[in-house]
Design a protein around this ligand. Structure first.
Ligand code: SF4
Ligand code: SF4
Length: 253
């Protein structure tokens, strides 16, 4: 797309059905956006992301189980399990985040996307952007996910060092290694997400999304009903303007 644009985002809702992401692939022949977006489902991308997620999750769960056995605090593990199950499997995340995503527009009850393939689809696709409340819920959950297990592992090191001292140095060191591995796998997951997924994800209103405004507009132009839903929520696309001075297209993006 040759012109430039200025975009302003406000919020609200809609329920139109669309998404070239799930239309026949022949529609993509003349489109180059697949080089700039993850806009078609590719199982390998999902496998790649999951392979970075699993080590971190297992280490974090291991740390919380330790907190249950040693200091005798099981409620951090119960809280962690309850929140993540409710968020991922009982539809909270899919409502606040995924129901806005073009991957969610696929027909059927099971989601296929680069991050959460296999999860049930509880909701109807909502092509408009996330609202502020949904962004706050999602950001709070991500903060919880990234800090809860790690925080308790650090507490576990403190507890072990204080209560076992040199009599169980190996034990304290082992937990320290688990904590360092948790930090390393969490860092890797965030780096992979931010480097290989968030700059290309078509769920543009997610707080972690890093797709450029110009690409967003290009995708919206291919999906008129999504564009309409975004514009109804206050998303403004300013068309290119020709200036009298140079006769060239100009915008203030
Ligand atoms: S933006 Fe739509 S039409 Fe273009 S390549 Fe992606 S899925 Fe195909
Ligand atoms: S927002 Fe992410 S996890 Fe949700 S459907 Fe889209 S790609 Fe999948």
């Amino acid at each position: 797309m040759g012109g430039e644009f200025t975009l302003v985002i406000k919020m609200n809702t809609s329920q139109e059905e669309i998404s070239c992401t799930w239309q026949d692939e022949s529609n993509c022949i003349e489109c180059s956006l697949d080089e700039k977006l993850i806009c078609r489902y590719n199982k390998k991308q999902w496998q790649y992301l999951i392979s970075t997620l699993i080590p971190w999750t297992l280490l974090e769960a291991g740390g919380l189980i330790f907190i249950g056995f040693v200091p005798g605090k099981w409620w951090p593990l119960i809280t962690y399990s309850g929140v993540t199950i409710a968020f991922f499997f009982l539809g909270i995340k899919s409502y606040v985040l995924c129901s806005h995503c073009p991957f969610y527009a696929e027909e059927g009850k099971i989601l296929h996307c680069p991050a959460n393939t296999g999860l049930p689809k509880f909701w109807k696709y909502r092509p408009g952007p996330m609202n502020t409340f949904e962004k706050i819920i999602l950001t709070t959950f991500f903060f919880f996910l990234f800090t809860w297990g790690l925080g308790w592992e650090i507490y576990g090191i403190y507890f072990a060092a204080k209560n076992f001292g040199f009599s169980s140095l190996a034990f304290t060191l082992s937990l320290s290694v688990v904590t360092l591995l948790t930090i390393a796998t969490l860092t890797r997951f965030i780096v992979v997400l931010q480097k290989d997924f968030c700059p290309y994800c078509p769920n543009f209103s997610c707080p972690m999304n890093r797709v450029s405004k110009k690409i967003i507009v290009e995708y919206l132009e291919k999906n008129p009903k999504m564009k309409e839903a975004w514009e109804k929520k206050g998303f403004v696309i300013i068309k290119p303007i020709k200036t009298p001075e140079n006769g060239e297209e100009k915008s203030d993006e």
